[in-house]
Design a protein around this ligand. Structure first.
Ligand code: SAM
Length: 285
């Protein structure tokens, strides 16, 4: 028995849970799950299973579902429990609540009501992937899930082109190849990594250029849960404002198309995001 009962004061306790390997749970998370008056979860079955694995007795405590579809209805109920002096532990289906998972509206409502809230940190796929990808970790930008529709996804990628950091995305196996190909087009053929099934039996972290990874997964369709990481482009020695200045100058004498060709060659950058930026600047006059 690794957990111990604790006296919890009234409030919300956000509890991170494993992203694969059930033993990736902190002792404090187990203590909170063993001690809270009320348990709440995005997926009540997963939480019950986790309690079983770790021998945490549920007793007669309720496990209330709280997810995107019932949040508006459940928030007043959970707030009323806290107001009545009870401790509420909330876990999302896996990993850290609020990281591409529910919990944000609940946390905000608790804070706005002036109740206590705390977080029991633990696993998250974004951090686990960063530690394995072999790409710089000094600066990273977590972009969550890109939109499903191709044009919106391309637009989303193009908007990230100027960010000087490792980009991190959650992605589904169905869309991986399309996403990697779109990223190569929008960002250039940057170094990247695909981290799959982290902490599970078939964990894999494959590194390569965006186009080589797209080719690999087109030949070998992936399964399971996936994080995609994309490194910075080769030439990072200029800023977005350098690009803007060059575009503005070029736009004085050239069409949007010619100005973007010219500036993308000048900085050796993919044309698409520069073209989009040129369109914006041209519209603003
Ligand atoms: N809250 C979670 C966290 O802290 O990482 C993320 C939940 S989000 C709904 C689920 C996505 O996270 C998956 O589609 C996948 O992109 C990523 N993910 C979760 N577990 C993973 C794992 N074991 N290996 C790789 N990616 C994972």
């Amino acid at each position: 028995m690794n957990w111990k009962k604790a006296e919890l004061s009234a409030g919300l306790y956000l509890v991170a849970t494993p992203i694969g390997n059930a033993r990736d749970i902190t002792l404090r998370a187990l203590d909170i799950l063993a001690s809270a008056d009320i348990l709440s979860a995005e997926d009540t079955r997963s939480l019950r299973r986790l309690l079983e694995i770790h021998g945490v007795p549920l007793g007669d405590r309720p496990v209330l579902a709280y997810h995107d579809h019932n949040g508006a209805r459940m928030r007043p109920r959970l707030l009323a429990e806290i107001e009545a002096g009870r401790s509420v532990a909330y876990a999302s289906e896996a990993g850290t609540p609020m990281i591409s998972d529910p919990g944000f509206d609940l946390m905000r409502a608790v804070q706005e009501a002036g109740f206590a809230a705390t977080s029991a940190p633990g696993p998250s796929a974004v951090i686990t992937a960063l530690t394995l990808a072999g790409l710089p970790t000094d600066r990273f930008f977590f972009a969550g899930f890109l939109p499903n529709a191709k044009s919106a996804r391309r637009k989303g990628l193009a908007a990230l082109a100027g960010i000087e950091a490792t980009l991190v995305f959650y992605e589904s196996p169905k869309r991986l190849v399309a996403m990697l190909s779109d990223a190569a087009e929008a960002l250039g053929d940057r170094p990247a990594a695909v981290c799959r099934e982290l902490t599970k039996k078939f964990e894999e972290c494959r590194r390569g250029s965006l186009t080589s990874l797209a080719q690999h997964y087109a030949d070998t369709p992936p399964k399971g849960e996936i994080v995609v990481l994309i490194g910075k482009g080769d030439s990072e020695s200029f800023s977005q404002s350098d690009v803007d200045t060059s575009l503005k100058e070029a736009l004085q004498t050239m069409s949007v198309r010619d100005a973007s060709d010219f500036v993308s060659r000048m900085y050796n950058r993919p044309r698409r995001p520069i073209y989009q930026r040129a369109m914006e600047l041209a519209k603003r006059g």
